[in-house]
Design a protein around this ligand. Structure first.
Ligand code: UD1
Ligand code: UDP
Length: 357
């Protein structure tokens, strides 16, 4: 059985790591890298550190406006699918690579499997919200991380092909954490004592594309009582230069980190401040309190469990939340499965494809 997997952006390499391994035990996987992320620290380092097989196709699309980037991918993915004629196409998450992969496949009548289906921010001004809604509505198999996302799909009239399988990023974390603890020297390299610092990541368009919000965010990070370590996404460093914003004395900017260093530095942080989807979940898995620098989250269960506070860019809210989080230790149930997501997805897909002949 030939199955094409589409990846292109940093979190998709991480998600592909456990799934590729499992998929290749039983099927022929054809891995397609759209080239959405291309810097060494945003792409190659993940393939190398996580042992992800080299892509069979690298489309080299790169950066661009939404239309140019998605259009370029759509056309290039179509050519791969025409040539390979796989039985299914797998897409992950909510990036432009997800949208292009799902559309290219469904137009060729190739069934789509969407991993991380059913998530919603209910904010249609986010590019990711459009991408995930479209991907869900053209998919044959919808693999959701939780019952909440399954119920959301039901509300939108999608109930067939929906499977609650947990979070693939939890598989990735469990697969690599021990190696991260053994190999990563990041705390030593940065001369950081455990729990003496906060870790921040900022890259969402809603924060980076507004000079006012970005200025306010850095102002707030400079008012925190512990130093802030910020591995910086290329989009954000570009915007800091464009707006001439100085990070400030309390913020230590680093190049983007590899996954093993990132896990280690998250694990030992006193608190995480982020607008990333993946980092919110990892903070939860690592039992580190999280402040979400957005006005909503798709990972709502982490907030109801008491480990994540959605604060937007409101300085007083952020400062109050940092002061409060970590004072008590809420219970810590498995919100998104037990780390067996890859195996479950491959089993469900395998059975479905077998019965399709
Ligand atoms: C994309 C996803 C976002 C995801 C994020 C993960 C979309 C619409 N957004 O956002 O959902 O959370 O990836 O990190 O798909 N750049 C580089 N080098 C790179 C990659 C990007 O310099 O290797 C710079 C370019 O100037 C580019 C900008 O970053 O224009 C934004 O990159 P893009 O891939 O469009 O979106 P992200 O912000 O990375
Ligand atoms: N990540 C990383 N290095 C970094 C920043 C993030 O390895 O410098 C990892 C992080 O641990 C998580 C994933 O990238 O696994 C999250 O990706 P990102 O924040 O880029 O995108 P999002 O999850 O918001 O789509």
């Amino acid at each position: 059985m030939a199955i094409v997997s589409i990846v292109g952006a940093r979190p998709q390499f991480i998600k592909a790591s456990p799934l590729s391994l499992e998929l290749r035990r039983r099927h022929r996987e054809i891995l397609v890298h759209t080239g959405q992320h291309y810097d060494h620290g945003m792409s190659d380092i993940f393939f190398k550190d996580l042992g992800i097989p080299a892509p069979d196709y690298h489309l080299g699309i790169g950066s661009g406006s939404h239309g140019a980037q998605t259009g370029g991918m759509l056309s290039a993915i179509e050519q791969v699918l025409e040539k390979e004629r796989p039985q299914a196409v797998i897409v992950y998450g909510d990036t432009n690579s997800t949208l292009a992969g799902a559309l290219a496949a469904v137009k060729l009548h190739i069934p789509v499997a969407h991993i991380e289906a059913g998530l919603r921010s209910f904010n249609r001004s986010m590019p990711e919200e459009i991408n995930r809604v479209v991907a869900d509505h053209v998919s044959t198999w919808l693999f959701t991380p939780s019952a909440t996302s399954r119920d959301q799909l039901a509300q939108e009239g999608i109930s067939s092909g929906v499977h609650v399988v947990g979070d693939i990023m939890y598989d990735a974390l469990l697969m690599h954490l021990e190696r991260a603890e053994q190999r990563s020297r990041i705390l030593h390299r940065l001369e950081l004592a455990p729990k003496s610092y906060y870790l921040a990541t900022i890259h969402r368009a809603e924060n980076t594309d507004s000079q006012d919000r970005l200025t306010r965010l850095f102002g707030t990070l400079n008012r925190l009582e512990r130093p802030v370590i910020l591995p910086i996404h290329p989009r954000t460093s570009q915007k800091l230069r464009e707006y001439r914003i100085e990070p400030g004395p309390n913020v230590r900017c680093l190049d983007p980190l590899g996954y093993l260093d990132m896990l280690n530095i998250q694990k030992e942080a006193a608190c995480v401040l982020t607008d990333s989807g993946g980092v919110q979940k990892e903070a939860y898995y690592l039992e580190v309190p999280c402040i979400t620098l957005r006005t909503e989250t798709e990972w709502i269960e982490t907030t109801t469990a008491g480990w994540n506070r959605v604060c937007g860019t409101d300085e007083e809210q952020i400062l109050a939340a940092v002061a409060e989080l970590g004072k008590s230790r809420p219970s810590h149930p498995n919100l998104y499965g037990d780390g067996d997501t890859a195996r479950r997805i491959v089993q469900i897909l395998g059975e479905a494809l077998q019965s399709n002949g």
